[in-house]
Design a protein around this ligand. Structure first.
Ligand SMILES: O=C(O)[C@@H](CO)OP(=O)(O)O
Length: 245
C-alpha cells in the first residue's frame, strides 16, 4: 500500500517576475504564472493523477494556482482546506525589497544566509509597514510572524502535515498541496530527511507537480519524488536558484 502526495508550488507571481522578496504579501499570479498553473493541471491529467482533496495556503497565488490546475484537470469540485501554516516563509524586513538590490547592498553571503540558510531569519518587519500582515483579518487570532527562517516554517507546517494532510493520505485520497517555494521546501526536508546544510541547495520550480509515493510510514518510496515535467522543472529550478544575480 502506498499513498500519493502531489506538491505544487504556485505559478510565477507578479513579484517573482519583478524579483521582489514576497513572503506573506498577497500578490497575484503573472500571465506566465497563470499559464504554468493550467499546464500543471494538464500534466496531472496526462499522468492520470487526479487529486481527491486539495490543501492550500491562505495566499492568492497558491489558491489561484490550485483553482486553475484543478479546473484544467476537471477536478475543480474536490474538497479544499486552507491554512496559514502552508503560507510562504515570512520574509521579515525583506518583504517588498528587490533581491538584486539586497544582494548588492549586503553581499552574497548575507543574501544567501537570509534566503536559504536553515536557521537564520531575516530582520523583523517593522510594525505598521505597508508589507505587514498585522491587521489582516484572515490571520485574526493567529500569532503572525514578523520574520521566519526555514526552521520556523517547518515548526509551524509540521503540525498541519500531521493533523490534516496525513489523515487524508491515510484515507486513501490523492492529496494535492498547493503552496510555496519555502513551505514546500520545509515539507520536502521532512519527507526526504534532508539535513540542515543540504536543504540550502534545494529549490522548487513554479507550477510543476511533484509526485511522491509514500510508504506506510509516510516516507518516500523514491527519494525526492518525481516532477511530471523533469526538463521544465530543471530549467525552472535553475532560474529560482539564480534570482538576485
Ligand atoms: O520571495 C519569496 O517569498 C520567495 C519565493 O518566491 O523567494 P525565495 O525563492 O528567494 O525564497
Amino acid at each position: 500500500m502506498t499513498y500519493t502526495l502531489v506538491l505544487l508550488r504556485h505559478g510565477e507571481s507578479e513579484w517573482n517576475a519583478k524579483n521582489l522578496f514576497t513572503g506573506w504579501v498577497d500578490v497575484n499570479l503573472s500571465e506566465k504564472g497563470i499559464a504554468e498553473a493550467i499546464r500543471g493541471g494538464s500534466l496531472l491529467t496526462e499522468a492520470g493523477i487526479l487529486p481527491d482533496v486539495v490543501h492550500t495556503s491562505l495566499l492568492r497565488r497558491a489558491i489561484t494556482t490550485a483553482n486553475l490546475a484543478l479546473d484544467a484537470a476537471d477536478r475543480h469540485w474536490i474538497p479544499v482546506k486552507r491554512s496559514w501554516r502552508l503560507n510562504e516563509r515570512h520574509y521579515g524586513a525583506l518583504q517588498g525589497k528587490d533581491k538584486k538590490q539586497v544582494r548588492a547592498e549586503f553581499g552574497e553571503e548575507q543574501f544567501m544566509l537570509w534566503r536559504r540558510s536553515y536557521d537564520v531569519p531575516p530582520p523583523e518587519l517593522a510594525a505598521g509597514s505597508e508589507f505587514s500582515q498585522d491587521a489582516d483579518v484572515r490571520y485574526a487570532g493567529e500569532p503572525t510572524p514578523k520574520s521566519e527562517c526555514l526552521k520556523d516554517v517547518l515548526t509551524r507546517a509540521l503540525p498541519y502535515w500531521e493533523s490534516d494532510i496525513i489523515p487524508d493520505l491515510e484515507a486513501g485520497k490523492i492529496v494535492l498541496v498547493a503552496a510555496h517555494g519555502n513551505s514546500l521546501r520545509a515539507i520536502i526536508k521532512h519527507l526526504d530527511g534532508i539535513d540542515d546544510e543540504t536543504i540550502s541547495g534545494l529549490n522548487v520550480p513554479t507550477g510543476i507537480p511533484l509526485v511522491y509515493e509514500l510508504d506506510e510510514n509516510f516516507k518516500p518510496t523514491v527519494a525526492g519524488g518525481r516532477y511530471l515535467d523533469a526538463d521544465a522543472a530543471a530549467a525552472s529550478i535553475a532560474a529560482v536558484a539564480n534570482q538576485g544575480k
